[in-house]
Design a protein around this ligand. Structure first.
Ligand SMILES: [Zn+2]
Length: 450
């Protein structure tokens, strides 16, 4: 059976991930992501109303025109998890393919919300939920199956999809951290990866996320970030002024830890900001997390301002607002608080906890610097980097290669600088660039079996 890989997006940048795998006559697409930084750099761009070709020209969504060179029928579109760089282009591209979108329940729900907010295209692809550990048949040959292997990442319900073909398995490895003690959900299923590496024809190809390939050692478990957060918030137990925390709103495990520790130190947690309400509300509705029944979540400007007024009236020392704005995004809640645009007044000595790392990208770095400066001018004390990455460091990559023993590797999810670090790592393990290690760019086809 012919096996061909189209590396469509995310091979020159972080963002707009998209890869297609053809097995005989059947094609499966993995991820359809958005490169948010290409959108945010323009003022007032509303992607909801924009046409796909304009977004492709901006570098915001994958240029999927290479798909016309792939001779087969798309049978499924499979986003691996709910981060925007993996699902953010579905509302702009999925309608061009007569295929269902297959994903885990939390991811499907986020895809559904995105399709509902789309204003340019009617996206009518079927949405199919599939849980980690489950398998479905692809196409009519009876020889190709899609399996979801449970992985751990900075968002719940993440999987690595595996396409089983007569020539071996194609494992799509974006994005994961090797977490054996996650705060929410099951540990990464390394046992299944080891089985896949040894059964049948083994692994024909491993497509891997290189984000942290330049970092030594092991990425710690989410439990480590949780304990760091516990230590930080418990140290503030006697403080009788304002404490504000921020983190990735899609990081439900982290939000859960913040909510618990706020309670522990005698403060009522409250989630504020549009995306805080969206992700935590969705996770709670789908029973992925148990929040206290009286946990307030407010997204709309008016209800947020009303909550801030209530906090100021009843005393800041009784509350712990968890807000958006960990990267200093100009329109996010924390930045508005820093500019004095909300009823919440910061006083000298008030604490601001960043349970996030600055995404190392000039726009983020500049905006975060500005937000911290503004907070500092109001007397706020900053606690930063209370975080662990959602991506594996070098030792995780070595363990995956050991488990899967892939015949071919395609590094992905980064620019050339980071791909090169993974290439070094893989060459240390006996792979050779141009032979079984394929460095590539957006828009290429790699034929593995002719
Ligand atoms: Zn991700």
């Amino acid at each position: 059976m012919e096996i061909e890989i189209a590396t469509i997006g995310g091979y020159e940048e972080v963002g707009r991930q998209m890869t297609a795998v053809r097995a005989g006559d059947d094609v499966v697409i993995f991820d359809m992501g958005l490169n948010l930084s290409q959108v945010l750099i323009h003022d007032n761009v509303e992607t909801e109303r924009m046409h796909s070709l304009d977004l492709i020209d901006m570098g915001a969504i994958p240029d999927d025109r290479v798909m016309s060179d792939l001779e087969g029928d798309v049978q499924a579109i499979v986003p691996t998890h709910g981060h925007l760089d993996h699902i953010g282009a579905i509302s702009k591209l999925a309608h061009r393919y007569d295929a269902p979108i297959v994903a885990t329940p939390f991811t499907i729900e986020l895809v559904k919300q995105q399709i509902e907010s789309e204003q340019k295209f009617g996206v009518e692809n079927d949405l199919i939920k599939m849980d980690p550990g489950e398998t479905m048949s692809i196409g009519d040959s009876g020889k190709v199956d899609l399996e979801f292997v449970n992985v751990t990442h900075s968002i719940i319900d993440a999987i690595n999809p595996v396409l089983h073909t007569p020539e071996g398995a194609v494992v799509y490895g974006l994005d994961k951290r090797m977490d054996h003690t996650p705060v929410l959900g099951d540990p990464i299923d390394m046992e299944r990866f080891r089985e896949i590496g040894r059964e049948g024809e083994g692994v024909l190809c491993y497509i891997e996320d290189c984000t942290n390939a330049g970092r030594k050692g092991r990425t710690p478990s989410e439990n480590v970030a949780r304990e760091h957060l516990r230590d930080t918030l418990y140290s503030m137990e006697d403080y009788d002024g304002g404490i504000v925390a921020t983190t990735f709103s899609s990081h439900i495990a982290r939000v859960k830890s913040l909510v618990e520790f706020a309670d522990d130190i005698g403060r009522q947690p409250v989630l504020l900001g549009r995306s805080m309400e969206k992700y935590s509300g969705t996770a709670e509705r789908l029973d992925f997390v148990d929040f206290p029944t009286d946990l307030g979540m407010f997204g709309h400007r008016k209800s947020v301002d009303r909550t801030f007024k209530r906090i100021m009236n009843e005393g800041k020392e009784n509350f712990l607002p968890v807000v958006t704005g960990h990267q200093g995004e100009p329109r996010a809640m924390l930045t508005r608080m820093a500019r004095g645009e909300t009823p919440y007044e910061l006083d000298n000595g008030d604490k601001v906890v960043f349970s996030a790392r600055v995404i190392p990208e000039p726009t983020n770095e500049g905006q975060r610097y500005q937000a911290e400066k503004l907070l500092g001018m109001q007397g706020a004390r900053i606690y930063d980097d209370i975080h662990v990455s959602g991506h594996m460091n070098q030792e995780g990559h070595y363990q995956m290669l050991e488990a899967l023993q892939p015949q071919n590797i395609i590094p992905a999810h980064q620019d050339l600088e980071h791909l090169a670090k993974y290439i070094d790592l893989a060459e240390n393990q006996g792979y050779q660039l141009g032979r079984d290690l394929h460095a590539t760019r957006n828009g290429n086809l790699i034929q593995l079996v002719e």
